[in-house]
Write a protein that binds this ligand. Structure first.
Ligand code: HEM
Ligand code: HEM
Length: 229
């Protein structure tokens, strides 16, 4: 009977990024289905998503341990070992989960950027449409439409994976994404690589302040991009 180890995995910036992203995606899908005047709100959701994604990419370099790309992007060997069930449990994104994270981030970034050049051929145009010809805008609109299907598929897989971990592997991934911490029972410690257990994410005032500053600068930049044109 020892004490449970409580380890910070997801810093507050990552958690806020995740749940704001979810809210904005729901908002963008609802508004695009309403159409008409709601397209303006589709665009606002899209700009917010773009801002969040740029933040996430930078946080992948400047953020805390488990937020860093260098920490979770797997090489071929690690991925193969994981797929063959030969690797220890990991605290942050596992090698396969890491690939789905990258696919989600890339496809969402692509969606937000193509949206800026898209035209619904009724009343709403992305703010950068004026820089491209009508036929190019048509191509961007079609890419935007087709990629929405890719995103829905990836979100479906994401939710299925989380459900699988909960029901089959008995591991709750959602709680750490809400509160930040993983609780490791002493009896489970042997399932992890010892080095991994020593690596908590820094999540103090310094990190949070830096994240807020970054997010603000990015928001100003995105605001400038969409209004100055
Ligand atoms: C619009 C739908 C969603 C999108 C686009 C999305 C996207 C993402 C992304 C990009 C990450 C990686 C986090 C990072 O390192 O930046 C992530 C992780 C995660 N998401 Fe979502 N998410 C969605 C919905 C949900 C929902 C509804 C839940 C809970 C039921 C959830 C639970 C999680 C969890 C637990 C992780 C961490 C997985 C791990 O431990 O490796 N997500 N999600
Ligand atoms: C990642 C963020 C975004 C998501 C998830 C998203 C999603 C969608 C979806 C699902 C559609 C409907 C496609 C269809 O079936 O016709 C759509 C259409 C559209 N979106 Fe977005 N969008 C995003 C960002 C943006 C942005 C930033 C803008 C521009 C400000 C934008 C402008 C448009 C326009 C103009 C259409 C109509 C295109 C057409 O009718 O062909 N979107 N979006």
């Amino acid at each position: 009977m020892g004490m449970k180890k409580i380890i910070r995995i997801w810093d507050l910036p990552i958690r806020l990024f995740h749940w704001l992203l979810v809210a904005c995606i729901i908002g963008s899908v609802i508004t695009v289905n309403i159409g008409g005047n709601a397209m303006q709100w589709h665009a606002y959701c899209g700009y917010s998503i773009l801002t969040l994604l740029i933040f996430r990419v930078l946080w992948g370099f400047l953020g805390s341990t488990h937020a860093r790309f260098s920490h979770f992007i797997p090489n071929r060997v690690r991925l193969l070992n994981y797929l063959q069930g030969k690797s220890p449990k990991v605290l942050g994104h596992n090698p396969l989960g890491a690939l789905s994270v990258l696919a989600l981030l890339a496809s969402l970034l692509f969606q937000a950027v193509t949206g800026l050049f898209a035209d619904d051929e009724i009343a709403f145009q992305g703010p950068l449409v004026k820089y491209v010809s009508e036929s190019i805008a048509g191509i961007f609109s079609e890419l935007h439409e087709a990629n929405a299907g890719v995103i829905y598929t990836l979100i479906g897989l994401h939710l299925a994976a989380i459900f699988y971990y909960q029901k089959i592997k008995g591991e709750n991934l959602v709680k750490p994404m809400l509160v930040g911490d993983k609780e490791i029972d002493p009896s489970e410690e042997a399932n992890y690589a010892p080095a991994d257990l020593g690596q908590a994410s820094q999540d103090g005032g310094l990190q949070r302040g830096l994240a807020l500053l970054l997010l603000s600068l990015i928001a100003v930049g995105v605001g400038y991009l969409i209004t100055s044109s």
